[in-house]
Ligand binder design. Sequence first.
Ligand SMILES: NC(=O)C1=CN([C@@H]2O[C@H](COP(=O)(O)OP(=O)(O)OC[C@H]3O[C@@H](n4cnc5c(N)ncnc54)[C@H](O)[C@@H]3O)[C@@H](O)[C@H]2O)[C@H](O)CC1
Ligand SMILES: [K+]
Length: 511
Amino acid sequence: MYALTTAQMQALERYTIETIGIDGGTLMEIAGNAVVMALREHELLTHERIAIVCGTGNNGGDGFVIARRLIDLGYDVRIGLAVEEQQLRGDAKTQYHILKRRGIPVTLLIEEVQTTAWLASCAVLIDCLLGTGASGALRGHMTWLIPLINALEKMVVAIDLPSGLHANSGEVVDAAIEADYTLTLAQPKIGCYLQQASHYIGELIVVDISVPETLVDTLHMTAPTIVTPALVKAALPARPLDGHKGTFGHGAVIGGSQHYVGAPLYSAKAVFHSGIGLISLIVPEGLMPSMMLQAPEVLLKSAASEDGYMTKEGVALHDFTKIRAVAFGPGLGRAAQLQEVAAWLLALEGPETIIVDADGLYMMKPLLQHVRATGKCVILTPHPGEMAMLCDTTIAEIEQHRFSYARDLAQKFGVYVLLKGHRSIVATPDGAQWLIPIGSSALGKGGSGDVLTGLILSFVTQRVPAEQALYTAAYLQAETAEKLAAQHSHYSVTPEMVVTHLGQLIACFVK
Ligand SMILES: NC(=O)C1=CN([C@@H]2O[C@H](COP(=O)(O)OP(=O)(O)OC[C@H]3O[C@@H](n4cnc5c(N)ncnc54)[C@H](O)[C@@H]3O)[C@@H](O)[C@H]2O)[C@H](O)CC1
Ligand SMILES: [K+]
């Protein structure tokens, strides 16, 4: 499954029509019927009255097919048209005339008071006003109709996209349908994962309409792959029955400073709950008393420090020859001497992979142009604020163009990037991208980033390829948080709870 732009979706549709030979009218018929099947399969229909509101384009045309098929199946359906009949074109116009010939009435929704009463008498509203063809600010009757539908607080199912939400940017100019469910056709549109889109989309369900997914390859498109449970299951590291701690590898966390004691501990604990063989935790000497006994499974090592921050000499005393991967940054703080630690780490023989998070990102930024020459696998895991720092721009700019900033940073320096957020993105040095389609507000708390860093470290140490380690870690953390939030609320789930409950989710995947 991929997240596609409108142009990419239109190219798939054109290929299906022109090269495969399923004409546009047939495709609309298939799409409408497939939506009806999905509505029934997901039990989104009611035997109370259903309203289908249609616009002028092919999204409206889909609505006419859906309406006709639901009527055939015995549902009580009303159809509304939010534009003048003469504005209909192409396949939508054809479908409108099929309705007419069937004697099915269509109500014009062009007057606010009458439309309010008309909609109020229905239990479910199906939104076929605008799809991928929407552009700019709302025009015509949509300007009052969309806010009116939202105000009625009925159950709303959007077809393809919530009307008013831009398919490429996820932007909403004035208003957009706030759907409970969005049934998107063929492949999800990239805008569903940007900006505030999740507020409008509700639950996203993908409907197969005979536009095959393999066309993305056939047409040599580059598009983010959407991470599914199957991909996560496939990426989990093998766990041979006779494996020992050497098999599962030794990783290290370098972090902590006078003000941040908890961060490196969170990382180290997450590592231990996800399968690693051994974990070393290297912290400034002053932190040792408060760390002792907090995580007995961790090999705690002290580094000499200055002003509460570790020194390069202090870290370099330790033996890294058997360590496969290092996470650098949790609770590190910012001090000039830490830049020396970053430079030393990049040149260090032994660890193949370095994960850089939090303040480590600030220390690594001036060194990024040297990464390629080291031959190491370097992983950056910024949140939008850190990404703005790395790219010398603003958070707003990053949030508007998340996919391109992540891809450009990865390709420019030959690094792997996990751009965190409500919908996190993975980008690789060769331009591939993955999208984690889930997130959780329960993770919006200090310590969550440290847990994620620990999970990534654990998986790469167990020799999971970097991009898979990144999307697997992010997916498992978000899903665990959501499962916990269902029981304990998004307010109350802590990073610690996520760590201790990870195992329940991993168990479901390895069953
Ligand atoms: N994915 C597929 O393979 C298929 C998709 N189908 C459906 O077709 C729509 C896209 O159809 P299109 O005609 O290109 O666009 P819309 O239906 O979104 O309508 C565009 C139409 O609406 C008017 N308009 C545009 N912007 C605004 C605005 N801001 N305010 C008011 N009105 C606006 C304008 O007149 C445009 O012409 C896709 O989403 C699917 O639902 C096919 O049915 C099957 C194959
Ligand atoms: K729609």
